[in-house]
Write a protein that binds this ligand. Structure first.
Ligand code: MN
Length: 327
């Protein structure tokens, strides 16, 4: 085993967790499996290890991911004397629940996104971790004599890792990821049942998948794009939050190197779901009211004109990427 450069930070976090009677856990808005997995998994870890501690999970529930976990939201007054932990969230504007930073609480940030916006009193940020759920599993395994994980906690963390690695496919998956996933699998839950739930698509989404594959525009350089307007989503009886199930799809098509799925919102702006198989895109996302990982980001465009701008930048990034891979 190599030296654990985060050991001291993790120790500090454990000391804080032990110090407080009340802990509120936040994560990013529009939660994905890793956000819910790390939030719910950490809540389970604290509850099982320190049964006296009151633990709240904050944020809006995700209708399509209720089989993961739902929130036991705190009251405003609960912030009066509580430790706040924010997981899987790179920057304050993305936190679901503005109370997290509004009341001057002690705040711990645990995250695996690139560390661009620093916030919180203690920060454990490891962009080499596959997922925030992997980091929570790592915390558990770092202090096996003090921390107890329930079977439900293991299920949540495992699901978070599966979500962010796309079933251990993405290159953020490391031997450490697999070791921690193996430790979670020792617990009593069914990974197969969870995987089946995560793989299941509803018939309406299946139709949308057909639409995306049929109508995706692919440029000469390998930039894929598609607009999902309110009208189109309405035709399928779907909403914005259902579109996460088509985001990775264009990447399966040979020749597509980067892509964007542009989902029109009620106010007619567009949520931009941006992905890549090589060209770095989070810089572009940042220029358009967003951010994220080098190969997976989100942004916001006010109209189709701004989408055009984003796609032009994608063209350039993709051409540059191809050139640098030739030499
Ligand atoms: Mn994540």
């Amino acid at each position: 085993m190599t030296e654990d450069k985060f050991f001291e930070i993790k120790k500090q976090i454990l000391i804080e967790i032990k110090k407080w009677d009340k802990i509120i856990i936040h994560r990013h808005e529009r939660p994905d499996p890793d956000a819910l997995g790390s939030q719910g998994g950490l809540a389970e870890l604290i509850r099982a290890s320190f049964p006296e501690t009151e633990v709240f999970t904050a944020g809006v529930d995700n209708r399509t991911l209720e089989y993961f976990t739902t929130m036991n939201r705190p009251e405003e007054s609960d912030y009066e004397e509580a430790l706040v932990i924010v997981v899987d969230t790179a920057n304050p504007p993305r936190i679901d629940g503005k109370e997290a930073l509004a009341h001057g609480n002690k705040v711990i940030k645990i995250d695996h996104h690139p560390d661009e916006d620093r916030y919180g009193d203690i920060q454990w940020v490891d962009p080499t971790a596959s997922s925030c759920s992997e980091m929570i599993a790592d915390l558990w395994q770092t202090f096996p004599d003090e921390l107890v994980l329930s079977d439900e906690g293991a299920r949540l963390l495992y699901g978070g890792i599966v979500g962010d690695t796309n079933r251990f496919l993405y290159d953020a998956t490391t031997p450490k990821t697999m070791r921690l996933a193996a430790a979670l699998m020792e617990k009593d839950f069914s990974p197969t049942a969870l995987n089946n739930q995560m793989n299941e698509i509803n018939p309406k989404v299946a139709k949308l998948i057909g639409y995306v594959l049929e109508n995706l525009h692919v440029s000469e350089n390998g930039v894929g794009s598609i607009l999902l307007t309110e009208k189109i989503l309405g035709r399928f009886g779907l909403e914005d939050e259902d579109t996460h199930q088509v985001v990775s799809l264009p990447g399966n098509i040979a020749g597509v190197l980067s892509w964007g799925i542009f989902v029109q919102q009620k106010d007619h702006t567009f949520r931009c779901r941006l992905r890549s198989k090589g060209p770095v895109i989070n810089g572009i996302a940042k220029e358009h009211d967003g951010g994220g990982h080098p190969l997976a980001s989100g942004a916001n465009a006010k109209d189709e004109e701004e989408i055009k701008e984003i796609l032009e930048k994608f063209e350039k990034a993709t051409i540059d990427f191809k050139k640098s891979n030739l030499s």
